[in-house]
Design a protein around this ligand. Structure first.
Ligand SMILES: NC(=O)c1ccc[n+]([C@@H]2O[C@H](COP(=O)([O-])OP(=O)(O)OC[C@H]3O[C@@H](n4cnc5c(N)ncnc54)[C@H](O)[C@@H]3O)[C@@H](O)[C@H]2O)c1
Length: 322
């Protein structure tokens, strides 16, 4: 377990998408652990104010993972890579070509650049449980068949496969984490794909009704961002994680209706729930993952209950410490 600050001294970690929601939480944690960090982000959905204003161990490069010569430059001296840069599901559904160029092309660029970077020991690719589509069995295991129902899940899965192929063909040390509905600090409701938790908080705190798409009985497995970061760092620095794929969730299946109730409880607001039409991206009915593999191999378990995670998120949204 990475818990000691001195553990990451001497590491130089390239974080793509480091100005985004999960990426910036990774950056905070890496800096706190003593690592030097290089962020590559085109600020498509990322924000400069997610990152420390000035930090002696942080370098921020504005640019795209789709730019191979830039990717080669920022890879220089990196000892590990956390690859989080991606076009999100909404952009991807509107413009599959842009998704293809960034999510698939960007991942290929990083892997090709890593081949020429002798000091780069591990690349962690952040995939998504969306690769499982509408699963036949619950909870979902890592080796259950993929079911690619959106261009986004196609591109995220293609990135995984490139990581695996570069591991098998060239011996590059890669690890895949499949995040399940991450929520928490720095998830900004102004990002159109911020996820339901941030949208519920925004509505509840403004005294508006919480909009539920469909009947609200669809289920998800919600992961607090601090826990997702911990799993990602274990994937980056644990020898056992090489060549592996891990679900990162909680194993708890929660309906959107139950989530809405909890957000209203945590915010202490009386609020109505408004039912609106389901969107074309809401084609998954139930989802909950099995986290036994990451628990057993990386000794990772989620540290917070959903209610505790929501309380921290609320504290951050109110402008306090999380
Ligand atoms: N948040 C979740 O619930 C969730 C679930 C599953 C998977 N993921 C994956 O985790 C990663 C991070 O997601 P997030 O929720 O923090 O989203 P986010 O949109 O907040 O972060 C993505 C970051 O990537 C940057 N980016 C986009 N295109 C880029 C490009 N061409 N070059 C460089 N930077 C680029 C954005 O500006 C942003 O800072 C993504 O790869 C996403 O697919 C997230």
């Amino acid at each position: 377990m990475i818990g000691q600050r001195e553990d990451l001294k001497g590491e130089r970690v390239l974080v793509t998408g480091g100005a985004g929601f999960v990426g910036s939480n990774c950056v905070d944690r890496l800096l706190a652990e003593g690592a030097a960090v290089v962020v590559l982000d085109d600020f498509f959905t990322g924000h400069a104010d997610n990152l420390p204003d000035r930090h002696p161990n942080l370098e921020v490069v504005r640019g795209s993972v789709a730019d191979f010569s830039l990717v080669k430059q920022v890879m220089e001296g990196a000892t590990a890579i956390l690859h989080l840069a991606a076009r999100n599901i909404i952009v991807s559904t509107r413009n599959p070509r842009e998704d293809y160029e960034v999510n698939i092309g960007g991942t290929l660029n990083l892997l090709m650049a890593m081949r020429e970077a002798p000091g780069a020991r591990r690349l962690v690719y952040t995939s998504s449980v969306s690769v499982y589509g509408n699963p036949r069995y619950l909870p979902i295991n890592e080796d259950d068949p993929p079911n690619l129902l959106s261009p986004y899940s196609v591109s995220k899965f293609a990135g995984e496969n490139y990581c695996k192929a570069f591991y098998e063909s060239y011996g590059l040390s890669t690890t895949v984490v499949r995040y399940s509905n991450v929520y928490g600090t720095k998830q900004r409701p102004d990002n159109p794909y911020c996820g339901v938790v941030a949208k519920f908080f925004e509505a509840a705190m403004a005294g508006r009704a919480l909009c539920v798409h469909g009947d609200g009985e669809q289920t998800r497995d919600y992961t607090f961002v601090g826990d997702a970061v911990e799993a990602t760092l274990l994937a980056a620095f644990s020898p056992k994680a090489e060549g592996q794929t891990y679900n990162v969730g909680t194993g708890r299946e929660v309906t959107v209706n139950a989530l809405a109730e909890l957000v209203l409880k945590v915010t202490g607001r009386e609020g109505a729930v408004e039912r609106i039409d389901r969107r074309d991206i809401d084609n998954i009915r139930r989802r909950v993952v099995n986290i036994e593999k990451v628990r057993r191999e990386l000794r990772w378990i989620p540290s917070l209950t959903l209610e505790e995670g929501l309380r921290r998120t609320h504290a951050w949204m109110e402008g306090g410490a999380a």
